[in-house]
Design a protein around this ligand. Structure first.
Ligand code: AP5
Length: 218
């Protein structure tokens, strides 16, 4: 396992749905020791437990829209109070709007934004073929990362991983989330924030290597 240089503050993994944020987050989290905070995973857990928050978020998620900022900011604020977040965290899928980024800048220091670039035509193939292991949370793909034969029977497909919902998620990404890349680029010009831009079209190992190389020189 490659070792990434550790950083004092938090890292954001940014990119369209299906770019490989969750896949790469596991590796970066192991190497930096920073806990992965995925708002998507936290919301899915709330939906599965049937909490009030989960019931409110469910409709947005299933139709591919963003969950309202107030819900997300509340979730993150609570999560950052946990002791394991004190040395910085790895945000996966957060922030997704400028309002979320502004709030984050008030409550945490971000040193690095890793932007994974993948064109829309690749996204649909990645998401429709994704399979999840409900026991471990591991992410597989029927073609690009096949699961071991002995666990294939227990794999599940996320409810929002169908072609129609992917198109809505991509639309939400372009309308509401993509503008954040310019917002962070502007911020990096007037602060010590580092932006790492990675071509996400290679294999999982190639993308991982690119991220490792970039993080090592920081
Ligand atoms: P969330 O769970 O965050 O979904 P997402 O951003 O759409 O991202 P994904 O989990 O779909 O993809 P990923 O980039 O992690 O890719 P992965 O590594 O799995 O959010 C779900 C919903 O929750 C949102 O739609 C919204 O409603 C709500 N939500 C969450 N956060 C929110 C927020 N902050 N504000 C508002 N609403 C929020 O990879 C995808 C597939 O590709 C896998 O099968 C993988 O094996 C494969 N793969 C990965 N890398 C490669 C590669 N290099 N080559 C080939 N295949 C690859």
């Amino acid at each position: 396992m490659p070792t990434f240089s550790s950083q004092a503050s938090s890292i954001i993994l940014f990119g369209p749905p299906g770019a490989g944020k969750g896949t790469q987050a596991v590796k970066i989290s192991q190497s930096t020791g920073k806990p992965q905070i995925s708002t998507g995973d936290m919301l899915r857990e709330a939906v599965n437990r049937g909490t009030d928050l989960g019931n409110e978020a469910k409709g947005y998620m299933e139709s591919g829209q963003l969950v309202p900022d107030s819900i997300i900011i509340g979730l993150i604020s609570e999560r950052l109070k946990q002791p394991d977040a004190s040395d910085g965290v790895l945000f996966d899928g957060f922030p997704r709007t400028i309002a979320q980024a502004e709030e984050l800048s008030r409550i945490a220091k971000v040193s690095t934004v890793i932007m994974i670039q993948v064109p829309d035509e690749d996204i649909v193939k990645r998401i429709v073929g994704r399979r999840m292991d409900p026991e471990t949370g591991d992410i597989f793909h029927v073609k690009f990362r096949p699961a071991p034969e002995e666990i294939v029977a227990r794999l599940i497909q996320r409810k929002d991983d169908n072609e129609e919902t992917v198109r809505s998620r991509l639309n939400a990404y372009h309308q509401q989330t993509k503008p954040l890349s310019e917002w962070y680029s502007g911020l990096s010009e007037r602060s010590d924030l580092r932006i790492i831009s990675v071509d996400g079209r290679g294999s999982i190992v190639q993308v991982s290597e690119s991220i490792r190389r970039e993080l090592e020189v920081s």
